[in-house]
Design a protein. Sequence first.
Length: 202
Amino acid sequence: MESIDSKLFGNLLIGKVPVLDAVYQEWLSPHLISPAKRFLLSAVETTQPGFTAALQPVLDSDCRTAILAGPVGTGKTGATYALGLEFSIREKRVEIVTWTDLLATLSGAAGYAEAAQEKLAAYKRADVLFIDDFGRTAITTDNRFGGLYDLLDSREKMGKTTIVSTNKDSAGIIQCVGDAAFDRISAGVIFKFTGTTMRKEF
């Protein structure tokens, strides 16, 4: 990872590496002044020692799920994109979606909206799916409950890797998504981020 050069990182920015999507662009734009190494696993290690070793079974496909849990502003989203870059380098198809956008997609797919159904199919096919801010808000309709469970269950049955980041503990996640959905993501690695927020106040 330390040997990644600016050309590879530039390819990531312009979409030649499959981790890139609209969510990534939106998250990245305020951070462009930072060096490329911000998005490497070594950068995560500076604030969360042991992160790479803990996630190694997932990177090696020995484990298929991971939960990145911890307070707001402790680097979970940055870690998500560092992992996404690493998986992309390993030639895995990566999809990254926020919780809010996933719920919108589930609602649209349940209403037979073609674009939403295509997105949901891409989430099911991806080698690695990241869901950022998992369980941020409660699911309020049966369609969403069923759609989320079907997504996670189908990925588990196909041996796909699913990684979620969240500010909630296990009880909070279960309250938001239900026991069945939580069961599909909780058997693998759970890494707890520590520390206070790195976001600057003004």
